[in-house]
Write a protein that binds this ligand. Structure first.
Ligand SMILES: *Cc1c(COP(=O)(O)O)cnc(C)c1O
Length: 403
């Protein structure tokens, strides 16, 4: 009975084309963005164009050496929750590093960005008196689930629209606690929130601001503090949330805020208290990566150069992509079957890996290949990608952009 039920549910996913398969990709150290792809017919080298290790920091010698040193010094795991013998100096130092990155008095680390969003929002929204949450329509699943778990009343405002937020905020009891949750860089369209205007609206209604900078930390601002740093707005955000798993190349999540907010979440959040602390080596790797990106602009500059270069090459042959001010290049296909087919052909015929992005991750009709150029993609890598896309665009009878 059980197996039958599970199989029939999975079959429904398959029928809708929403069944997920994972490509077996072994990233090759020192060789980013190359990886070894393994499938039934053997293994071969591919170039990855959709990694969230945006700057290749997961392979940077500073990150790797710090991790090796820490594992030799402390061993593999943390050995406990933060409260029960699991805290070491790397955790303390990492929280200091993150607080400094965002110009806040304190920070609190979690096992992932997902856990930090889920835990912080569910704890705050359920425990703050008469709390109403105001959530951008395109917020990430980790925020949505955290808010849902809090059972606080939720108001969804139109994506990146401060006027819609204003109307939502005006509709509730002025004495309620109001929490505005949004992101800086939205990962699928690569568009960036009007943070200053959202803060103006939040201030007008005396609301708390909660900003997910997961796709921006390490990448924006002179020290990699995110879009809020770049725009000089960090002090206007009550709580900045980020990940150590994307541009910093390691794993883990965090909040950066006041002593009181961090102490409160630390003291009341189940998802912080009852779980084993981050392994010391991960904390050490994150510290090294953050420190490097605070002082070195090289990776950020090269990445931006490559993003510009790739867009120019796509423009030259009329491959349509979504325009935005970020580092994300969504090449628009607009058809689920063709999107999957393009991805398969890129892999099989050209040794290029780009995961197809279909519904429900993006709306039907906006299926795309989400390309994330890194500082380590070469001009030759780019030329091979663009010529492959050009050939496949013709083969799949897809429309070109008009110049
Ligand atoms: C990836 C992601 C997260 C979760 O971060 P992890 O460290 O991968 O768990 C949170 N928010 C957004 C917007 C994300 O894209």
């Amino acid at each position: 009975m059980l197996q039958e039920f599970l199989r029939s549910e999975i079959d429904l996913l398959r029928k809708d084309g929403n069944y997920r398969t994972f490509a077996n990709l072994e990233r090759s150290n020192g060789n980013f963005p190359k990886a070894t792809y393994r499938c039934d017919s053997g293994k071969r080298e591919v170039t990855v164009w959709c990694s969230n290790d945006y700057l290749g920091m997961g392979q940077h010698p500073a990150t790797r050496n710090a991790m090796k040193e820490a594992i030799d010094l402390c061993g593999a795991g943390a050995g406990g929750t933060r409260n029960i013998s699991g805290t070491c100096n790397y955790h303390v130092e990492l929280e200091r590093e993150l607080a400094d990155l965002h110009g806040k008095p304190a920070a609190l680390i979690f096992t992932s960005g997902y856990v930090s969003n889920w835990t912080a929002l569910s704890t705050l929204a359920s425990r703050l008196p008469n709390c109403h949450v105001f959530s951008d329509a395109d917020n990430h699943a980790s925020m949505i689930e955290g808010i849902r778990h809090s059972r606080a009343p939720k108001h969804i405002w139109k994506h990146n629209d401060p006027e819609s937020l204003d109307r939502c905020l005006s509709s509730v009891d002025p004495d309620a606690t109001k929490l505005v949750a949004f992101e800086s860089v939205y990962s699928m369209d690569g568009d960036i929130a009007p943070i200053a205007e959202i803060c103006d609206v939040a201030d007008k209604h005396n609301a708390i601001t909660y900003l997910d900078e997961v796709h921006a930390v390490g990448l924006y601002g002179p020290r990699g503090g995110g879009v809020a740093e770049q725009e000089g707005l960090m002090d206007r955000i009550t709580i900045i949330q980020g990940t150590l798993g994307k541009a910093f190349g390691v794993m883990g999540g965090y909040l950066s805020s006041s002593e009181e907010v961090c102490d409160f979440v630390r003291s009341f959040a189940s998802g912080f208290i009852f779980t084993t602390a981050l392994p010391p080596m991960l904390a050490a790797g994150a510290i090294a990566s953050i420190k490097h990106l605070k002082t070195c602009e090289f990776e950020r500059h090269q990445q931006r150069r490559n993003v510009r270069l790739l867009r120019a090459k796509l423009d030259a042959i009329g491959i349509p992509y979504m325009r935005n001010d970020s580092h994300i290049v969504p090449v628009m296909v607009g058809n689920a079957k063709k999107c999957k087919m393009l991805s398969d052909l890129l892999l099989d015929d050209y040794g290029i890996y780009i995961q197809p992005i279909n519904y429900p991750t993006v709306p039907v009709g906006t299926e795309r290949l989400r390309i994330t150029p890194s500082p380590l993609h070469s001009v030759e890598d780019m030329d091979r990608l663009v010529s492959a896309l050009g050939a496949l665009w013709s083969q799949c009878a897809l429309a070109r952009a008009v110049a």
